[in-house]
Design a protein around this ligand. Structure first.
Ligand code: PCA
Length: 330
C-alpha cells in the first residue's frame, strides 16, 4: 500500500514536469483570422497549414485559425496584420483594390478564366505583388485561387436588360463596378453574411464561385447560377514583416515548406470543388447553366471597359504583368 502511494506520488510529481517539457520555452501563439466559414476549402487548407507549422516548429510557433470572420471580419484582416494586432491572416486582396490597383490583378474580367491561365497570371504577378506587400510591412506566404466566378440571380436573366435595378452583393471594386456597368445596385457584404442578406432581400444576386454559393446554401434564396467564368480571384496568406524577421531561420524554413504544401493542396481543392459544388447547387434546386449568347457578348464588352480602367489605374506595373501573362502563351 505504502509502496503504491509512494509510486503514485512520484508519478504525480513528474506529471507537471512532463507537461511543461512538451511546450518549448520560446513558444508563441499566432492567432490567424480567416474571413470564410470553417467548411470552406480555403479555411480547411489554412487549418492544415496551421497544424503543419505547429508540428514542424515543435510547438515553438502555434498557429490558431479563427474562421468565419470571428476574430476580424474580412475587410479588417489586412490592417490587423499590418498593425500587428495579429501576426498572420488570410485575405482576398482584391477587396483592397482601392489602396492599390495591383491588388485587383486577379479580377480583370475574362483575362484569365481557367485554373491554368490563373496560374500563369499568378506567375506574372507574384513578384510585383510581393513587393507591394513588402512596402506595406507584409510578407506573403502563399496564395490560393477561388474557382471561376459566375453570376447568381433569384430570377432568370437572359441579357443585361434583366439585370437593371437588381440588388447585387459585391465583395470588391471589380464586383461593384460590374454591377454599376450592368445597371445593378451594389452593396458590399462579406461572404460570412450572405445567407442572411439573401434571405432578408438585402441582395438578390452576386458574382462568386460555386464554392461560396454551396458553402452558404444560397439555393435557399436564389435560383440561377450562370457559368460566366469571369475571373478567378485569390486569397493571400500574409505575415507581419516585423514578426517574420523575428522568426528563427529554422522555423522560417518550416513555415515556407508548410506554405508551399498549402498552396498546392488549396489549389488542388479549388479545382476539385468546382464541379462538386456546382452539382451541389443543382442538388439544392438551382439551374446551373452557361449564360445566353447575348449576355455573354454584353459581359465581354463590359469586361473590356473594366480592363481599360484597370490598366489606366495600375500604370506601367500593371501593364507589365498583363504583358508577361500574355507572353506566357495566352
Ligand atoms: N468567394 C468569395 C470571394 C470569391 C469567391 O468565390 C466571396 O464571394 O466573398
Amino acid at each position: 500500500m505504502n509502496r503504491l502511494k509512494t509510486t503514485l506520488k512520484a508519478a504525480v510529481a513528474v506529471l507537471p514536469m512532463t507537461a511543461a517539457a512538451a511546450v518549448p520555452a520560446s513558444a508563441e501563439k499566432w492567432d490567424m483570422p480567416l474571413a470564410y466559414s470553417a467548411t470552406n476549402f480555403h479555411s480547411m487548407t489554412a487549418a492544415e497549414f496551421a497544424k503543419c507549422v505547429t508540428t514542424g516548429t515543435g510547438g515553438e510557433i502555434e498557429i490558431v485559425t479563427h474562421p468565419s470572420g470571428s476574430l476580424f471580419p474580412g475587410a479588417q484582416i489586412k490592417r490587423a496584420i499590418q498593425t500587428g494586432q495579429v501576426p498572420i491572416g488570410e485575405r482576398l486582396l482584391s477587396g483592397h483594390q482601392n489602396e492599390n490597383a495591383i491588388f485587383g490583378v486577379d479580377s480583370i474580367p475574362f483575362l484569365a478564366t481557367s485554373f491554368d491561365d490563373a496560374a500563369k497570371l499568378w506567375d506574372a504577378a507574384k513578384d510585383p505583388l510581393t513587393g507591394v506587400l513588402a512596402d506595406q510591412g507584409l510578407t506573403l506566404l502563399y496564395s490560393v485561387p477561388w474557382p471561376p466566378q459566375g453570376l447568381y440571380f433569384k430570377d432568370e436573366v437572359k441579357s443585361v436588360d434583366d439585370m437593371k435595378g437588381v440588388k447585387f452583393r459585391s465583395y470588391s471594386n471589380a464586383t461593384s463596378r460590374l454591377a454599376e456597368l450592368t445597371g445593378m445596385l451594389p452593396v458590399t457584404i462579406e461572404a460570412a453574411e450572405i445567407s442572411q442578406a439573401f434571405a432578408t432581400g438585402v441582395a438578390d444576386s452576386m458574382i462568386s464561385s460555386g464554392a461560396t454559393g454551396y458553402d452558404r446554401k444560397v439555393w435557399e434564396s436564389l435560383n440561377y447560377f450562370y457559368e460566366v467564368d469571369a475571373w478567378l480571384p485569390r486569397n493571400y496568406i500574409m505575415v507581419n514583416s516585423d514578426v517574420w524577421s523575428g522568426v528563427s531561420d529554422a522555423n522560417k524554413n518550416v513555415i515556407k515548406g508548410c506554405a508551399e504544401l498549402a498552396e498546392y493542396a488549396g489549389t488542388w481543392r479549388a479545382k476539385e470543388y468546382t464541379q462538386f459544388t456546382l452539382q451541389g447547387l443543382r442538388d439544392g434546386g438551382m439551374t446551373v447553366a452557361p449564360p445566353s449568347d447575348e449576355l455573354k457578348a454584353q459581359l465581354k464588352e463590359i469586361g473590356e471597359t473594366m480592363t481599360e480602367e484597370w490598366l489606366a489605374d495600375a500604370g506601367d506595373q500593371g501593364k507589365a504583368i498583363v504583358d508577361a501573362f500574355k507572353a506566357s502563351g495566352n
